[in-house]
Write a new protein. Structure first.
Lengths: 374, 285
């Protein structure tokens, strides 16, 4: 991965005229967003619908222009440069293949517009079709292909131009689950092979975690956190990120004391809980401790040393194949979701029973909890 | 099932093949359909058959003959009327297709002051009685001191055809995926190239359907043409009308048959083009 910056989004804000188009009734789609995307990186913009991720992508492509701020592609400010003068290519959500042209003409379109010599177009189109494993499909019409095939043609049509940056707007959204999983890995492999910077918009957190080098989590037009999948998942910066990516238990409480990154939080209606933070927190501040369900263990006895450990009663047991999901109540207003991997094939063969109503102990490492301030 | 139970007027009763009521109902539905078609097409069929009549009286059948068709093409006045009709149809179709397409693009793609009002006005020529429009046009030409003739007919036909073309082209545009144009621009095509390479080819079936419709409407129009025609600008429908006043001859049957055949062919083409669009859409889903 190169260290130079492929795309920089600097303090970009985008406002759209609101409903009724009265002056002043504006919708802020993107709110002062700053991002640096490195050369050759697989970068994802992740967030719920309406968070501004697609608008950000469309501004990089040139379909929309920032109300304020600037977008740079390889250091060049884009200003009002139209899409056809930008060295970026886009893969659209519903593919947007030209229905009146054959597959080969679709793929050749960008090269023809750039007046590439005929023989070279021919060769590169063949290469691109081979790359997406659809050689021999050149003479067909887009509507004769399946969704997955159309998806690949859309990819070939963009990549054949060797863009500086490839923009992908939820390209797998219309595919069924199994095909989507396949295409995720295929896309990732393809990206490594061609070495082009990918900016990928998705609302699917699992998709983002699977494919990305780095992820930016967006909410209400703002960037909440930028980081590697591990950073985003293991060290969420705020409650929204912790909640949106995967599942999380939140324990509300007040800060009792802090030693380096380790904080003791007095959780309401419970004993103190020890967890990690990146910030300096004042004594008595209201915080929540976030703990992932798979990091909590069910144990017969309290676990000593480096563990938060409590006694509780099993309220619910759900078997989901790879794991069993438990809900354990620790106090009248604190309960935890716990995910236990099904290592033993028959739960009955355990030495102890975790049936509903059973008394158990729960334990998790101090490091597993994150203190969030909002 | 007993006949009494089947006597209840229920949908199941109709659907059940074996029941007596069901059979009667289905027979009545079929008869209803047949009668409707008979009512619509029997006069046309009679007209077409009698255009091949050897007799010079419309109501007496005297064997098959093409003499009225031959006479038709020897009739100088009739041929002049046909020429006028074709000139009017081609000219008004050309102009109204051009303006109708541009209007459709403007209405579908751009926001501008007074769009809502213009949108409503656009449907006016379609919904107001043709006779009112004819009178208005005539008054306009008199006030504007434009002498009545083939030019005024063409202008009048353009006036109503623009609305029809716009409606048809707009329907096509509305069903078009805007992302296709964005995709073209993303692939380095500027606005003009995007229009030529993507927008226009995708609009084409709509434009052709609109043009065919305009051509048919122009060819068949009587009321507006009657009001706006001058000396020496008689079109085919006007010619037929003046002949009918002197009594119906088999020649009228022949020319009507020709007109019907031409109109039906054009409408059929127009429908086929629009149908193409629909199947395209279905396949894309």
């Amino acid at each position: 991965m190169g260290e130079s910056i492929a795309v920089e989004v600097r303090s970009v804000t985008k406002r759209f005229p609101g409903p009724g188009s009265r002056p002043g009734s504006e919708v802020v789609a993107v709110d002062n967003v700053t991002l640096q995307i490195l050369d050759g990186e697989f970068f994802s913009l992740l967030g719920p619908s309406g968070c501004g991720k697609t608008t950000t992508l469309r501004m990089i492509a040139g379909f929309e222009h920032p109300t304020s701020g600037e977008i740079y592609i390889h250091g060049k400010p884009m200003g009002l440069t139209p899409p056809y003068q930008r060295n970026t290519n886009m893969v659209f959500q519903n593919y947007a293949l030209f229905p009146h042209m054959t597959v080969a003409r679709n793929v050749a379109f960008g090269l023809e517009m750039r007046k590439v010599p005929k023989e070279e177009i021919e060769r590169r189109v063949q290469e691109a079709l081979a790359m997406v494993r659809l050689d021999g499909f050149g003479s067909r019409r887009p509507n004769q292909l399946s969704g997955g095939q159309q998806q690949r043609i859309a990819l070939a049509r963009a990549l054949v131009n060797r863009p500086e940056v490839l923009l992908l707007d939820e390209p797998l959204g219309a595919l069924d689950l199994k095909l989507r999983k396949e295409m995720q890995l295929e896309l990732k492999t393809l990206q490594r092979e061609v070495g082009i910077t990918f900016i990928y918009v998705t609302h699917d957190q699992e998709e983002a975690l699977t494919m990305s080098d780095r992820i930016a989590v967006m909410h209400q037009g703002r960037i909440l956190q930028v980081g590697t999948p591990t950073e985003i998942y293991e060290r969420p910066s705020c409650r929204f990120v912790a909640d949106f990516i995967g599942e999380t238990n939140f324990l509300e409480g007040t800060v009792q004391e802090q030693e380096e990154s380790r904080v003791t939080v007095l959780v309401d209606g419970l004993l103190p809980v020890i967890a990690e933070t990146d910030h300096r927190l004042p004594r008595g501040a209201r915080v929540s401790v976030a703990v992932r369900p798979e990091k909590i263990r069910l144990v017969p006895e309290p676990v000593p040393g480096e563990h938060n450990t409590f006694e509780g009663r099993v309220e619910q047991v759900v078997y989901v194949g790879t794991a069993t999901l438990f809900r354990v109540r620790l106090s009248p207003n604190v309960s935890l979701a716990i995910r236990e991997q099904n290592i033993i094939s028959t739960p009955d063969s355990r030495a102890y029973s975790w049936g509903v109503g059973g008394q158990v102990h729960v334990a998790w490492l101090y490091d597993a909890g994150r203190v969030l301030t909002d | 099932m007993s006949a009494r139970a089947a006597g209840a007027p229920s949908l199941q009763g109709v659907a059940r093949c074996g029941s007596r009521l069901g059979r009667i109902m289905r027979l009545m539905f079929t008869a209803n359909g047949l009668m409707s078609y008979l009512f619509l097409y029997a006069p046309i069929l009679v007209l077409v058959i009698f255009s091949f009549n050897a007799s010079r009286f419309v109501t007496d059948w005297a064997g098959f003959s093409l003499r009225w068709y031959a006479k038709l093409f020897d009739d100088a006045a009739m041929m002049a009327a046909l020429k006028n009709s074709l000139i009017v149809a081609f000219a008004s179709t050309l102009v109204s297709t051009l303006f109708g397409t541009m209007t459709a693009l403007a209405m579908e793609r751009y926001e501008f002051f007074g769009k809502l009002g213009l949108d409503a006005l656009l449907y006016l020529p379609i919904i107001i009685p043709e006779i009112s429009m004819a009178v208005m046009l005539l008054l306009f030409f008199i006030l504007a001191r434009i002498p009545l003739g083939i030019t005024t007919i063409i202008i009048s036909h353009i006036a109503f055809n623009i609305s029809f073309v716009t409606v048809v082209v707009r329907a096509r545009l509305a069903g078009m995926d805007r992302q296709l144009e964005e995709a073209a621009q993303d692939l380095y095509a500027n606005e003009l190239k995007t229009f030529w390479r993507v927008t226009l080819p995708l609009m084409m079936p709509g434009i052709l359907a609109g043009a065919l419709m305009a051509f048919t409407l122009s060819l068949d129009d009587f009321v507006i043409t009657f009001f706006t025609a001058g000396v020496g600008s008689t079109t085919l429908p006007l010619r037929i009308y003046s002949m009918v006043k002197l009594g119906i001859t088999p020649e009228i049957n022949a020319v009507s048959t020709v007109l019907i055949a031409a109109s039906m062919t054009l409408v059929l083409f127009s429908l086929l083009l629009q149908r193409e669009r629909r199947t395209e859409k279905v396949r894309n889903i």
